[in-house]
Write a protein that binds this ligand. Structure first.
Ligand code: FMN
Length: 362
């Protein structure tokens, strides 16, 4: 059923511009037109990461469900967790359209949305009534016209503290001018101090400690990675999400679309983002959780991220090409791969190819 959906829906959706097609996917998920497809529980895929119990390691990445319209529907089609946002305190419309481009031959996507979203209050209103069974993370950012960007992140922590199972501070979108500057060492130290202090205050009030992850770009120098790892460790951050979209355009077939400004994701991002997972793993050591994201299109690529050093993984762009059955296919495929690898937990495979990926110059 879901495969039928894949072919028909892909052919149909590709008649529309990518943003309209995306709106139609959200509407289909909301209406229940996409059949629920729970994956049989496989205890080998279960893991506790940052104190949270994940039924499987595959999550929906931020940006698909910016306004928290379909988190439960995404959990029903096989994802082990999902991340809403990026949300900013005030609603904002983002950049002018068109601002999402398909690179069909490359199975890539370029976007320059610029944090279009309905703002904190709208997303909170949708999350508040949910029962809280599945793991729904909240990805927070800053308004484009904010005069205190760090305070926008602090506002995100406070606004969503009662509904988020984890937070992601997204400082790596290339589409908000100057945002990636927050990755520079001094700014990052100030951001992490403020965000984690807000979290600690909320934890003391509520009696529950919500983990905070930091989402970074793949376009970092070796020194930039040293700085991020050092700050993450010294602030006792709960984990890193590696990575956001890239500004690079290497090796693309679709040269016409490649000229569009914005962040590139999907298959062309796989190698680069996987190498950054490994390089960061080497720097932070074995204890810090890493969520690997970028170009995952199959169970094999999901497992390769884990072998490079990720505890959990996320995807977005390849679902545009493969349809909503992809989560289910990957999670079932992971079980088959574990049969072949003869391990009793997916965790045993983490870091088995970190050296290989860390040495890659991509
Ligand atoms: C259309 C689009 C919108 C995105 N919006 C966000 C966002 O709002 N916040 C964020 O942290 N990442 C956003 N991302 C980045 C994804 O979460 C992910 O890090 C990146 O696309 C790499 O994964 P993928 O190759 O599986 O898509 C967006 C990606 C795409 C394609």
């Amino acid at each position: 059923m879901i495969d039928l959906f894949k072919n028909a829906a892909r052919r149909g959706l590709f008649l529309f511009d990518p943003e309209t097609a995306h709106g139609m996917s959200i509407a289909a998920l909301k209406s229940g037109l996409v059949p629920a497809c729970r994956v049989p529980a496989d205890p080998r895929l279960r893991q506790t990461v940052a104190g949270l119990d994940f039924a499987n390691p595959l999550g929906m990445a931020a940006g698909f469900d910016k306004n928290a319209e379909v988190p439960e529907a995404l959990l029903k089609i096989g994802f082990g967790f999902t991340e809403i946002g990026t949300v900013t305190p005030k609603p904002q419309s983002g950049n002018p359209r068109p601002r999402i481009f398909r690179l069909v031959e490359d199975e890539g996507v370029i976007n320059r949305l610029g944090f279009n979203n309905e703002g904190h209050d709208a997303a909170f209103a949708r999350l508040a009534p949910l029962k809280g069974n599945g793991i729904i993370g909240v990805n927070i950012g800053a308004n484009k016209d904010s005069d205190d960007r760090i305070d926008d992140y602090v506002k995100g922590i406070r606004r969503f503290y009662s509904v988020a199972r984890y937070f992601t501070a997204n400082i790596s979108s290339p589409n908000t001018p100057g945002l990636r500057d927050l990755q520079a060492r001094e700014s990052l130290a100030a951001l992490l101090s403020a965000v984690l202090a807000a979290r600690d205050e909320e934890a003391a009030k509520s009696g529950k400690r919500i983990p905070v992850f930091l989402k970074i770009a793949p376009d970092l120098t070796e020194e930039g990675m040293d700085d991020i790892a050092a700050e993450a460790l010294s602030h006792a951050l709960d984990g890193l999400i590696v990575s956001n979209t890239t500004l690079a355009r290497d090796g693309l077939k679709d040269q016409r679309q490649a000229k569009e400004a914005g962040g590139l994701s999907g298959k062309p991002l796989f190698e680069k983002s996987t190498a950054v997972v490994a390089k960061i793993r080497k720097r932070v050591g074995p204890a810090m959780p890493i969520i690997g994201v970028g170009g995952i299109s199959s169970a094999e690529t999901a497992l390769e991220k884990i072998k490079a050093g990720a505890d959990l993984v996320q995807l977005y762009s390849c679902m545009v090409y493969e349809g909503p059955g992809l989560a289910n296919t990957i999670v079932r495929g992971l079980s088959t791969l574990l049969d072949r690898e003869k391990v009793s937990s997916i965790r045993e495979l983490r870091d088995t190819r970190t050296d290989y990926w860390a040495a890659r110059n991509v």
